[in-house]
Design a binder for this molecule. Structure first.
Ligand SMILES: NC(=O)c1ccc[n+]([C@@H]2O[C@H](COP(=O)([O-])OP(=O)(O)OC[C@H]3O[C@@H](n4cnc5c(N)ncnc54)[C@H](O)[C@@H]3O)[C@@H](O)[C@H]2O)c1
Length: 355
């Protein structure tokens, strides 16, 4: 498989927190393909089936809690990672309304614990904290949000991720200051903000594509609450590619990349939930849906990311539009349920061919 990152990850020890999750498993797979020594730190996979176990990766998988700083620190001291991709989080908005304490403990104290371990580590050179487009104060405006826009967060999840951003910025100023780089410390820290991502291997609750798939395999209709909600939709590989590009720059010691980066789809590539359903049905005719209006929780109606910075500085841009992302995603699940195949490797090759 072609290496797009100048072999920077080959033989590097890479700590991925959240490796048992949807994004973390795709990231671990790609890193593994490039010859990285991948160490994962997460809770047990939360669903059966799950992408991580289906991949059966040759990596070190540690089941541990990000809130347990002693255990986490032990992992840093034992495995001596060169770079850390931090994806461990409670990532669900609706769940965060029911369990705000768990959400804040995991997403806020989790990142504090991570940076404290980095401070004590003699091996870490780069940290990428994965947050979200929801970290921005949502003004319900039509323009894309830029990295310099204020942080906010209406619901506990969004606020916890805004906190995670502020904490990252604070650690970068206080302990990993760029003026002190290669003097009193050797760590470059960045954050990555992407929107809703889709792809094969996600069985989480309260996410559109997994909800569609779970209903379809039970021969049921998927119930849709907000058919006209518009969101940026992108394939998980788009975000992962951005994270790996950013990680490469940090490992190379390029200080100007120790900053926040948006990774969103093209401006004209926003789709309504109803459009996603129709496109999904075109890919798998068994898919069926029903629209009801029962949602009482606050849901922001529009959120776009301005990814100019990633385009100009990282030469990152989306390769698959929403339609292709949906086709790839539905294709993954259809192959899994109809033929028992895991299409991850094939889809990563297809994606890399587009770069
Ligand atoms: N999926 C999306 O659309 C999306 C969009 C924007 C941002 N994100 C962010 O990307 C990251 C990964 O999200 P995902 O979609 O893969 O979620 P996921 O739920 O599939 O995975 C979450 C991972 O975090 C781990 N985790 C949760 N609580 C933990 C704890 N207390 N200790 C250790 N590990 C813990 C889980 O075990 C799992 O490995 C999260 O930070 C999320 O906020 C996701």
């Amino acid at each position: 498989m072609q290496d797009l990152f100048n072999e920077i990850y080959k033989n590097k020890t890479v700590l991925v927190t959240g490796h048992t999750g949807f994004k973390g498993s795709w990231l671990s797979f790609w890193l593994n393909q490039m010859g990285a020594n991948v160490i994962g730190y997460s809770l047990q996979p939360s669903t059966t089936p799950n992408h991580f176990e289906l991949l059966n990766l040759d990596m070190v998988s540690i089941i541990g809690d990000i809130r347990d700083i002693e255990n986490l620190n032990q992992v840093f001291q034992t495995y001596k990672p060169d770079i850390v991709f931090h994806l461990a989080a409670q990532p669900l908005v609706r769940y965060s309304y029911s369990y705000p304490i768990e959400t804040y403990e995991t997403n806020v104290m989790g990142v504090v614990n991570l940076f404290e371990c980095c401070k004590k580590s003699s091996s870490v050179k780069a940290v990428l904290n994965v947050t979200t487009d929801k970290c921005y104060e949502n003004r319900e405006w039509i323009w894309g949000y830029k990295e310099s826009d204020p942080m906010g967060g209406y619901d506990p999840y969004s606020a916890s991720k805004a906190c995670s951003e502020l904490i990252t910025s604070s650690y970068r100023n206080s302990f990993f200051n760029l003026n002190e780089y290669q003097k009193s410390h050797q760590i470059l820290v960045a954050t990555a903000r992407a929107g809703n991502v889709i792809g094969g291997g996600d069985w989480s609750i309260d996410r559109l594509i997994p909800d569609i798939i779970k209903a379809t395999v039970k021969s049921e209709k998927v119930i849709i609450r907000n058919p006209n909600s518009t969101r940026p939709w992108q394939h998980v590989l788009e975000a992962i590619y951005g994270y790996l590009l950013l990680g490469e720059k940090l490992l190379n010691g390029e200080k100007e990349f120790a900053d926040a980066f948006n990774f969103g789809p093209n401006d004209d590539d926003m789709l309504k939930v109803i459009d996603i359903l129709k496109m999904s049905k075109e890919c798998w005719s068994s898919i069926d849906f029903e629209i009801i209006n029962s949602n009482t929780l606050h849901e922001a109606s529009l959120l776009k990311l301005d990814s100019t910075k990633a385009r100009l500085k990282l030469q990152w841009k989306p390769k698959w539009n929403s339609k292709i992302a949906i086709e790839q995603s539905i294709d993954w699940y259809r192959n899994f349920y109809e033929n028992g195949e895991v299409f991850t490797s094939k889809q990563l090759k297809d994606y890399i061919e587009q770069i």
